[in-house]
Design a protein around this ligand. Structure first.
Ligand code: FES
Ligand code: FES
Length: 160
């Protein structure tokens, strides 16, 4: 077992992990941050996306020990300080960017990473960026709309 510590959603977090413990396991099982989902065992679905030092990472592809000392952000850290939904979360709600919601945490985290680097992405850029996130409900159209809205690019007419 190895002792690790990191910052998760602005707070210190630590624990004892095995070398094989994945970051997603540590977040969900040790820290009980179950908003980060596991939707596959092939690193394809993107339900597990979190930010590690500001970069979007599939938390099922990283060992927890490799995140030792990192600054990690999960979907639980995306709300505003008063607990209300953050901009991207609100846009998903407003534009029906979710159906069952299973993919949503990963979609929101990927969208946040995209908008950080590219605040006004085109529709094609959004679609390309999300190629690592699968929505089994196939709600892609409204997910794209939500991200366009979160980036301030959706007009009232286009939003209808
Ligand atoms: S659980 Fe990580 S990509 Fe599917
Ligand atoms: S909303 Fe159901 S998997 Fe995307």
């Amino acid at each position: 077992m190895t002792s690790i510590s990191m910052t998760v959603n602005g707070k210190p977090a630590s624990g004892e992990v095995e070398g094989r413990t994945l970051l997603v396991q540590f977040l969900r099982e040790d820290l009980r941050l179950t908003g980060t989902h596991v939707g596959c065992d092939t690193s394809q679905c993107g339900a597990c996306v979190v930010h590690v030092n500001g970069e979007a990472v599939k938390a099922c592809t990283m060992f927890a020990a490799d995140a030792d000392g990192a600054d990690v952000r999960t979907i639980e850290g995306m709300a505003n300080a008063d607990g209300s939904l953050g901009t991207i979360q609100q846009a998903f709600q407003d534009h029906h960017g979710l159906q069952c919601g299973f993919c949503t945490p990963g979609m929101v985290m990927s969208a946040a990473a995209l908008l950080k680097d590219n605040p006004k992405p085109t529709e094609a850029e959004i679609r390309e960026y999300l190629e690592g996130n699968i929505c089994r409900c196939t709600g892609y159209h409204n997910i794209i709309k939500a991200i366009q809205a979160a980036s301030g690019q959706l007009t009232a007419v286009a939003a209808e």
